[in-house]
Design a protein around this ligand. Structure first.
Ligand code: ZN
Length: 271
């Protein structure tokens, strides 16, 4: 699933390309992904200029004057950049064309993602209840500690369910916990004050560092599922970059958690 760093890097790359451009065509190849929350047909978008491009947590927000296109890519969705006249494939869902500025196509092999077309962001499921963004100024250390206090359960789950901060999923939870030296299955409410502070610091360094890495190394297709250069996530058996111990993997509900047993010591206690 694309997480905060991919979305942030995407926004930074899209702004110079699309801000101020006019949407010249919207083609829906398959319904399902594009959810029109307006009383009007979706072609009401055509002829409007892109006035803003933002991110909230793992969501991409494209503003076209008074209308918004809000995309949650879910597990497998991504954007592709078709050449003029290039026909859609079977898992392409819609194409937004911007004249000479090119086109964006939504591709999703699982078809689980959603793009909401709305005038009112409060209508987008989950958006109003979202925790503060992991990189927002609003999420100070005090606010983070306060939110963490009300979270029982294992720290990895607390992070991936976005209970304290929005934008973190399976991959960057592993990276943040490795950076903080915290065992992923430790109970959140049993972390020491020092560990909680380390966790906050790790979150505030791992995510922006990854955005910088993407801006430098991301292949031109900007595949939102590109995961090169991570420290531990999906690196089972490879040496820990800090101590050389082979990276461990534990699968819960088919989702891998990768960590170093030496740098992130702990005991798996499930109850
Ligand atoms: Zn290690």
């Amino acid at each position: 699933m694309p997480e905060l760093p991919e979305l942030e890097a995407l926004v930074l790359r899209l702004r110079p390309r699309l801000l101020g451009q006019t949407l010249t065509n919207l083609e829906v190849h398959r319904p399902v992904v594009l959810r029109n929350l307006l009383a009007e047909p979706e072609d009401v978008l055509v002829g409007r200029r892109v006035t803003d491009i933002q991110r909230r947590g793992k969501l991409l927000l494209l503003q076209l004057k008074d209308l918004w296109l809000v995309t949650h890519f879910m597990l497998a969705g991504t954007l592709v950049w078709p050449e003029e006249g290039e026909l859609p494939r079977s898992r392409d869902y819609y194409t937004l064309s911007f004249g000479n500025a090119g086109a964006i196509r939504y591709y999703d092999p699982r078809g689980m993602g959603k793009t909401y077309l709305t005038r009112d962001l409060a209508l987008v499921p989950g958006l109003a209840q979202m925790a503060p963004d992991a990189l927002s100024e609003e999420l100070t250390l005090d606010v983070f500690l306060q939110r963490l206090r009300s979270c029982p359960g294992e720290i990895k789950g607390v992070l991936t369910h976005e209970r304290v901060a929005a934008g973190i999923g399976n991959a960057y939870a592993d990276e943040i916990l490795f950076c903080a030296g915290i065992y992923p299955f430790a109970k959140a409410n049993r972390l020491t004050p020092a560990q909680k502070e380390q966790l906050y610091g790790a979150m505030r360094s791992v995510l922006p560092d990854r955005v910088s890495f993407l801006l430098e190394h991301w292949p031109p297709d900007m595949d939102l599922h590109w995961r090169e250069g991570l420290q531990v996530h999906r690196r089972r058996g490879e040496p820990c970059p800090r101590c050389g111990t082979p990276i461990s993997e534990i699968n819960v509900a088919k989702r891998p958690t990768n960590f170093c047993r030496n740098c992130q010591p702990g005991l798996l206690i499930r109850n």
